[in-house]
Design a protein around this ligand. Structure first.
Ligand SMILES: [Mg+2]
Length: 250
């Protein structure tokens, strides 16, 4: 049976040096825009990645944009889900046209509201004098989502921003994603889960038989796509496993 692993990248297969366990040898896994190593794998992560890549089809399932995805050093072959599921790349690395046909009109409709949120973030930043910066992430000429980071990753400024934003949510068209140094305002139509479901259906049809699927992710926001798969896998030190341990008091 063909095995497909939908795998989140950041904080699942690798992380920045700051988040890596101290004193562990580190192997470069992704580069920054200047071409210098920015994210690293521990020996255990590397061993797991080698196992997965040698035994299964791994489909990256990431919030990374196309250019950030291209800066990862792992040798993924075949399709990929990027931009929180906004874009599916096909076997040749091109935007999958049927998925694009679904996503582009929905994102186009949400553009004015995305601009409004940009204004709200700027108002909060100025009023609370926060050392944070926001980026509108666009890819393939589609405006996708907003992501805010704090200049000092150790500071609590994003938490202040998060608390200010909470009254705007739940929102009918957008959700908040907050994990460590990332606070993102994401259209509801951008969901890894929807793209993974689409891919699973597509692959079943393509092969004309059942496939084994595994979802591998670290964040609460990965739980949706992990739940679409036959099995779920999560790093023990990640956000999701921490929440589960707290909930069940283990
Ligand atoms: Mg992650």
């Amino acid at each position: 049976m063909r095995i497909y692993i939908f795998v989140d990248l950041d904080d699942t297969l690798f992380q920045t040096r700051r988040k890596a366990p101290p004193g562990t040898p580190l192997y470069p896994a992704a580069l920054d825009r200047q071409g210098a190593p920015l994210s690293f794998m521990t020996p255990k992560q590397r061993a797991l990645a080698e196992l997965l890549l040698s035994r299964a089809y791994c489909i990256p399932t990431t919030a990374r944009s196309y250019s950030a995805f291209r800066r990862t050093l792992l040798s993924f072959k075949g399709p990929a889900i990027i931009d929180f599921g906004g874009v599916i790349l096909d076997d040749w690395g091109l935007q999958e046209p049927q998925w694009e046909g679904q996503m582009r009109p929905q994102l186009e409709q949400l553009k004015p509201q995305l601009q409004k949120f940009l204004g709200i973030l700027e108002e909060i930043r100025l009023r609370r004098q926060l050392a944070v910066y926001t980026r509108l992430v666009s890819d393939f000429e589609m405006d996708l989502y907003l992501v805010t980071k704090q200049q000092d990753p150790q500071s609590k400024e994003l938490e202040i921003l998060y608390r200010e934003l909470v009254p705007h949510f739940p929102h009918p068209d957008f959700y908040l994603h907050f994990n460590d140094n990332n606070l993102a305002i994401v259209p509801r139509c951008l969901e890894k889960k929807r793209a993974v479901k689409y891919m699973i259906d597509y692959l079943r049809q393509r092969w004309g038989e059942e496939i084994l699927t595994i979802g591998f992710g670290d964040s609460r926001s990965d739980l949706g796509f992990m739940s679409c798969c036959d099995y779920a896998l999560s790093p023990n030190n990640g956000q999701l496993m921490t929440l589960i341990r707290e909930k069940f008091d283990v």
